[in-house]
Ligand binder design. Structure first.
Ligand SMILES: [Zn+2]
Length: 450
């Protein structure tokens, strides 16, 4: 692992009392941030032997900021993207994505997750949390090989439904398999964690909710789910319990700081108050929301102090795994809904993509901001591009103008994983060929008809 010195860059620290350091430097040693300051403070002879990354001599300075933290992405579904576009939800699930997932081999999931990590890294993401994966060991292997930081989990349903036999498990199996994932991966490797998972409220028993909630609290591990995602879910839970999905989970004792809830679109004022009171974390997925779920009440959640972070959700219902794309959507979609151009400003979007993500995953002591002692998880951006010109203001250029092509360098745990816009840990040409070949094979094997 090289010691690294970043020189003459604008540092977006995301530390409230530091803000942006113009023309700054940052030293990285043993995978941690060793020092941060103004470049003018550097003396010749400082940091001898460090690998130096500098802004170009002509043009605008590079921008260094904490790597993005994606809190909800289905990495085992990446080979299925484009497989279920412009179809209704029943076709999406039952005829396309469930058969696709059921046909995946361990190696398919590895390639799917590696494709996901490659795309995330190239858009500046350094940490992700799997949303509900199949074959979590294969996802963990992709995390290890890519050099990213990741949290894995197992997609879990314990009630019978129209799901493929391969995805079915009874309640006891569901508990044991979740425990096995956590025991295998949580705290066993520097860059990997694990969480419990319950896919949704349709296909999960009350006993499973109670058991995994108890285990999550006991083991201090998060429990992730999709909550209040569709009107069908609201109607189903209303019929079953006479309550809203949020109030139903409250009745099971399942709301709490351990709960990571994706989407949270169809909620009323009482639901929001409960989420705030119980410190439930909301995983906002703008692209998937616009395509399938609907638009969450993010401005109100932020105003109430609910912790909101960002995810790209499922590749077959967003098609992109770029946090920069997601940030752009998060920045513009709520303005239309609220009829208010000040709703969810660029600063809030950047907080959601960095420090809020780190807090959501309980990692804010180690990542999410640029501060001495924290892990060196850093994205370096080059705004010397047509679409980021002019740059009047860093945050708004980043949220409203930037795309993946601005990402020059990405460092995770002190290792350079993207250099000059190219992956260093993954052979991109090989990965594209392998992913394409496997995706076609899966469609044939699963007999998926377009
Ligand atoms: Zn999801």
């Amino acid at each position: 692992m090289p010691d690294i010195l970043l020189e003459h860059m604008d540092l977006i620290t995301m530390e409230a009392d530091v803000g942006v350091i113009e023309d700054g430097y940052m030293a990285i040693k043993d995978g941690h941030i060793e020092a941060i300051g103004k470049s003018s403070e550097l003396r010749s002879g400082d940091y001898v032997g460090y690998e130096r990354i500098k802004s170009p001599k002509c043009g605008k300075r590079f921008i260094a900021l904490p790597g993005f933290v994606q809190t909800h992405v289905h990495t085992s579904q990446a080979l299925g993207r484009g497989l279920a576009d412009d179809v209704d939800l029943i076709t999406w699930t039952r005829k396309r994505i469930w058969p696709y997932e059921a046909a995946l081999t361990e190696d398919d999931v590895y390639i799917s997750a590696l494709l996901s990590t490659a795309e995330m890294l190239k858009s500046g993401t350094t940490t992700f949390c799997e949303a509900s994966g199949v074959k979590p060991d294969a996802i963990a292997k992709a995390v290890l090989d890519s050099g990213m930081r990741g949290i894995v989990c197992l997609s879990t349903m314990d009630l019978p439904g129209e799901i493929p036999p391969e995805s079915r498990m009874n309640t006891q199996e569901a508990i044991e398999r979740n425990l096995a994932v956590v025991e295998t991966w949580q705290g066993k490797h520097e860059r990997i964690g694990a969480c419990f998972n319950i896919l949704n409220l349709f296909l999960s028993s009350d006993r499973l909710w109670r058991s995994l909630t108890e285990l999550a609290v006991d083991k201090k591990v998060f429990l992730q789910t999709h909550l209040a995602e569709s009107l069908d879910e609201v109607a189903f839970i209303q019929e079953k319990s006479g309550k809203s999905p949020v109030q139903f989970l409250e009745s099971l004792g399942a709301l709490g700081p351990h709960l990571l809830a994706a989407h949270v679109v169809h909620v009323d004022d009482d639901d929001l108050a409960l989420l705030k009171e119980r410190d439930v974390k909301v995983l906002h997925c703008p692209g998937a929301g616009l395509r399938i779920a609907g638009i969450a009440r993010i401005p109100e959640m932020l105003a109430m102090g609910i912790l909101v972070s960002l995810g790209t959700n499922s590749p077959p219902c967003n098609n992109r795994m770029s946090m920069l794309d997601e940030m752009w959507l998060a920045g513009i979609m709520h303005k239309a809904v609220e009829n208010n151009p000040q709703a969810v400003p660029a600063t809030s979007v950047l907080e959601m993509a960095t420090i809020n993500g780190a807090k959501t995953l309980g990692m804010d002591q180690t990542v999410g901001t640029l501060a001495v002692g924290k892990k060196a998880d850093i994205a370096i951006l080059d705004f010397n591009k047509l679409y980021t010109t002019p740059t009047h203001e860093l945050f708004s250029t980043l949220v409203y103008q930037a795309n993946n092509a601005v990402v020059d360098t990405v460092i995770v745990d002190g290792e350079i994983l993207v250099e000059g816009g190219k992956l260093t840990s993954i052979n991109e040409d090989w990965l594209i060929a392998e992913a394409e070949r496997r995706a076609r094979d899966i469609v044939k094997r699963a007999n998926i008809k377009f």
